[in-house]
Design a protein around this ligand. Sequence first.
Ligand code: IMP
Length: 180
Amino acid sequence: MKNKTVRLRELNFSVTKTREQIAARVRQIGANLNLDYANKKPVFLAVLNGAYVFTADLVREFEGECEVAFVKLSSYAGKESTGDVATRIGLATSIKNRHVIITEDIVDTGNTMHKFLRELEEFEPASVEIAALLVKPDALLHDISVRYVGFNIPPDFVIGYGLDYDGLGRNLPDIYTLEE
Ligand code: IMP
């Protein structure tokens, strides 16, 4: 870990999950997926933009055959979830009868996953599970089951490891929380 604090625009953030902690957790989730999805040829479905770093690390822990596909959804403006989830880029890979693992950077209110899970049903996948690096259980507004959780965190705004504040901070290797 290099910097313990960063400043983006007018806000200060401090490290809460180091790259070493993240890597160890991603390896553990990968090990679980290797057991649960051996010979199932899953489709990892990354939710852009935020999940690109987590997905890149997680799929490289998976030892079997798999595909990686991408969708682009958005519900956040600045530091707030808008609750209004838009599909910006849809699914280009067929998931009919396939085992899908949605990879998400963070499940906050759950609005995004709630809407997306219903949309996915129409494509008739064999199964759908969610792998989320971060979950804010106290912010959840829906009953969503996240099968693979990196870390449960308090309902504070975080950046780094793919997560942004107004487009900035995705490149930070550690995860930082907004200071009071
Ligand atoms: P939800 O729909 O409220 O669950 O929010 C899901 C999306 O909002 C995530 O995929 C992120 O892109 C974004 N998001 C939620 N919490 C944070 C945060 O603390 N920092 C940055 N982005 C966030």
